[in-house]
Design a protein. Structure first.
Length: 302
């Protein structure tokens, strides 16, 4: 039979246990408060630092834009280099920046409408989403430049060097391209309306899912994009819609074993147009089922 403690002893032990538990709870609350305060302080400092960094970046960007504009106004643009300059969203509309150097510059979303960038060096610059309406890029260097989702309307690209440029999902409207080098550029998903390509060389150009749309003039007459004298060599055209274009009477290959155009079942051609021979060994993007399907013909201009 277990020995019972006297009531007084039990009471003392209970009070001691309660006191100990109270101290533990107290220190737990204090510790939790200290940790919470520390976390809040760290977060506050971190957020403030982030805001300060953003303000500094914004201030630097505004200074870059101010400097570019001032150099253009002073006619000293050729003397300055804007290598890897941060000009995102900058309004540079209407400026004369001919022969300027913007190699590797960030011009995403910039407004360059009516801007003169003839003979400028924009190699590897980023102009994705930029507004380029009525801008002048004659003889500009734009190799490997990111022009995705840019808006080209009435833009002058005569003589421009666009080898390897990314023009995916861009909009090209009412333009004439003379002696423009588009070799190995990416025009996939582009919307193309009433563009005169003259005798442009589409060697290695990616036109996959590009759409050549019909434009109707003031007399309601259809104005297609003119590809009648264009040259094709290993041009990718899977899913491209050529119904709004004038194509060469016959696309011939320059090398016996190489396809001038690689296309698939989704590619659309003007009514009655006979596509070039498709040599699948060098058209890696064609699927096996696409290789077996006959050519599709679509409605002509209404």
């Amino acid at each position: 039979m277990s020995e019972r403690l006297p009531p007084a002893t039990t009471s003392r032990l209970a009070r001691k246990s309660i006191a100990t538990n109270s101290r533990v709870v107290h220190w737990q609350e204090v510790s939790a408060g200290l940790i919470s305060g520390l976390i809040v302080a760290v977060l506050t400092v971190g957020v403030q630092s982030l805001l300060d960094d953003r303000r500094e970046v914004q201030a630097n960007r505004q200074e870059e834009v101010r400097f570019v504009r001032q150099m253009a106004v002073d006619g000293k643009i050729e003397q300055a280099s804007f290598y890897e300059a941060d000009l995102r969203g900058a309004n540079l509309s209407g400026l004369n920046m001919s022969k300027a150097t913007f190699t590797g510059a960030d011009l995403r979303g910039a407004n360059l409408t009516r801007t003169d960038l003839s003979e400028a060096d924009l190699t590897e610059a980023n102009l994705s989403g930029a507004r380029l309406e009525d801008a002048n890029f004659e003889s500009a260097l734009m190799g490997e430049t990111n022009l995705s989702e840019a808006n080209f309307r009435g833009t002058n690209l005569d003589g421009a060097y666009l080898v390897g440029a990314d023009m995916s999902n861009a909009t090209l409207e009412h333009m004439t391209l003379r002696a423009t080098n588009l070799s190995n550029s990416n025009l996939s998903g582009a919307q193309i309306v009433a563009v005169d390509f003259n005798s442009l060389d589409f060697a290695g150009v990616n036109l996959s899912n590009a759409t050549f749309e019909i434009y109707r003039d003031s007399q309601d007459q259809p104005v297609p994009s003119d590809l009648s004298e264009a040259q094709f060599f290993e041009t990718k055209a899977n899913g491209a819609d050529f119904t709004g274009s004038w194509l060469p009477e016959k696309i011939t290959t320059r090398v016996g074993w190489v396809s001038p155009v690689c296309y698939n079942r989704s590619t659309k051609w003007p009514v009655g147009y006979v596509p070039p021979e498709r040599r699948t060994q060098n058209c890696q993007e064609l699927t096996a089922i696409g290789d077996e399907l006959p050519t599709h013909f679509f409605k002509p201009f209404p």
